[in-house]
Design a protein around this ligand. Structure first.
Ligand code: F6P
Length: 540
């Protein structure tokens, strides 16, 4: 199946030609209807609200997009995922991140999931209440999560987002980069006697994670921790427990994840141990419950009012019909600082693919480049381009209605900026308006004061930033990715594209350190780079 051979796709193409030049400001101005355009295009689910009205869509657009989702089999694929079918055929696996937050006892793997969560909760409580101590009997005050990609970005994003709920005596650090500067920075801030290290790696073979874990283990020993007491300071999370034990982590300190959970979908599992230690098991349960609420909405709401479906389809509308190259996530929330980088992996590692599920390659664009930065910071950096550059970048604005901090007077300023940006991008400023602003003395300024407008955005609203609303928000994006993958007929659950660089990386690493180097092994550019690095190392 290729989506561009479906009848709904052809209908969308014709519809696109019809409305491509229509202007949002005209639609709003002409909208005397009750309910209003805003009401007609705002949908709710899982406790979140999404205002799609500033998108370049009409009712007809949405109904054609929903027809595309139906024709492409979104409902079937969704149900197959929840049922635990092999929806990741290239790795022969299910993708059951939803089972990690399911409450029903008949959900797949319910007993295993509950047992592991119970083990996590017991451990987290001991760390939080000081019963778990380091080798000199002191309580744990520093938790270091060592992992990368899905074993880092999700927990880091959530721990930062829910910092207002975190244990007052425990600080959490995340080390991911193989650049020693990352670990060295954390080593400077922690005290070995009071530090717990969580080594998180699904495979437990990842170069960055294993390098950092070994260096930190050596550091503990150098600081005076007896080898026999390392079990008090190291726990592991992996789907490969044998490797964890081989590394030297005590069998009792191994937390299980499973091959039916993808790395970038895994924060709900023991990969989220750092989250649970930071906010406690009850709040972790609330995070899961929020995601479960979005799961229920995704499964049960009609496609016409289904948030993940609509978000996925609106993304396809811009990517495949307007041919936009990227889309921006702008959380107006410092707490959601790491949401864009988390979503970069979720969206681009999942849907940055060309091989179709039924063989052959796509001849249509798949994942857009996902990028973002919290507002209002982005306004003082790249929003100039969004307003007046020639490229259209669709945006997800995310706003939290009630602040999670005591500086309440800041909040109206934050929200005002968020809402005003979407309004300005949509309205733009016409030549007439710009002429009035320029005044009679400065006609040469007019072109610089014109804003093309008609720049689309969706605004997602969270009532407050709680574990529940955050869980729902993350699940919303997870399911959006599945919807898009289904229409594009690609597998969102594998990541073959990361392999080649890893293989060549090992060869280059050996060449950097070998006594003799044969430049004929590589292209002239790579060999020259290796030779420069070898010379620099010798000079060191
Ligand atoms: O190289 C990409 C990747 O495999 C991601 O998919 C994954 O989240 C990350 O590396 C870390 O993998 P692991 O948890 O096995 O260390």
């Amino acid at each position: 199946m290729t989506p561009n051979s479906l009848s709904s796709w052809s209908a969308l193409k014709a519809h696109y030609e019809h409305i491509r030049d229509a202007r949002l400001r005209d639609w709003f101005a002409a909208d005397s209807g009750k309910p209003s355009r805003a009401e007609r295009f705002t949908f709710e689910g899982g406790g979140l609200a999404a205002d799609f009205s500033k998108n370049r869509i009409t009712e007809e657009t949405l109904s054609l997009l929903v027809a595309l989702a139906r024709e492409a089999g979104v409902e079937k694929r969704r149900d197959a995922m929840f049922a635990g079918e092999i929806v990741n055929p290239t790795e022969g696996r299910a993708a059951l991140h939803t089972a990690l937050r399911a409450t029903r006892a008949d959900a797949p793997y319910h007993a295993e999931v509950a047992a592991e969560r119970g083990k996590m909760a017991a451990f987290a409580e001991r760390v939080r209440n000081g019963a778990w101590t380091g080798y000199t009997g002191k309580r744990i005050r520093h938790v270091v999560n060592i992992g990368i990609g899905g074993s880092d970005l999700g927990p880091k994003m959530v721990v930062h987002a829910l910092d207002h709920l975190s244990h007052p005596e425990i600080s959490t650090y995340f080390v991911s980069n193989v650049d020693g500067a990352d670990l060295a920075r954390v080593m400077d801030r922690i005290d070995a006697e009071e530090t717990l290290v969580i080594v998180v790696s699904k495979t437990f073979t990842t170069l960055e994670t294993m390098t950092n874990a070994r260096s930190l283990r050596d550091w503990f020993v150098a600081k005076g921790c007896p080898e026999s007491a390392l079990a008090k300071h190291f726990v592991g999370v992996s789907a490969n427990p044998a490797e964890v034990v081989k590394f030297g982590i005590a069998h009792d300190n191994v937390f299980q994840m499973w091959d039916w959970v993808g790395g970038r979908y895994s924060l709900w599992s023991a990969v989220g141990l750092s989250i649970m230690i930071a906010i406690g098991p009850l709040q972790f349960d609330a995070l899961l419950a929020g995601a479960a609420g979005m799961d229920a909405h995704f499964r049960e709401a009609p496609l016409e009012r289904n948030l993940p479906v609509l978000m996925g389809l609106v993304g396809i509308w811009y990517r495949n019909f307007f041919e936009s190259q990227s889309y921006l996530v702008a959380p107006y929330s410092e707490a959601l600082h790491f949401l864009p980088s988390y979503l970069q992996q979720l969206e681009m590692e999942s849907n940055g693919k060309s091989a179709r599920l039924d063989g052959g390659f796509v001849d249509y664009p798949t994942s857009a480049v996902t990028w973002g930065e919290p507002g209002t910071n982005g306004q003082h950096a790249f929003f100039q381009m969004l307003h007046q550059g020639p490229t259209i970048v669709p945006i997800d604005f995310i706003a939290v209605l009630r602040p999670e901090h005591p500086l309440a007077s800041h909040h109206p300023k934050l929200l005002a900026n968020c809402f005003a940006q979407s309004e300005a991008l949509m309205l733009g400023r016409t030549v007439d308006e710009a002429t009035r602003v320029a005044g009679p003395d400065k006609p040469e300024l007019v072109p610089h004061l014109v804003f093309p407008g008609n720049r689309p955005s969706t605004t997602l609203l969270l009532d407050a930033l709680t574990p529940g609303s955050l869980g729902a928000l993350i699940a919303l994006y997870e399911h959006k990715v599945l919807v898009q993958a289904t229409v594009w007929n690609i597998n969102p659950f594998d990541q073959w594209g990361v392999e080649l660089g890893k293989i060549l990386g090992k060869v280059v690493e050996a060449d950097l350190t070998a006594p003799v180097f044969d430049p004929a092994k590589h292209d002239s550019s790579t060999s020259a780079l290796i030779e420069r690095a070898r010379s620099a190392a010798k000079a060191n």
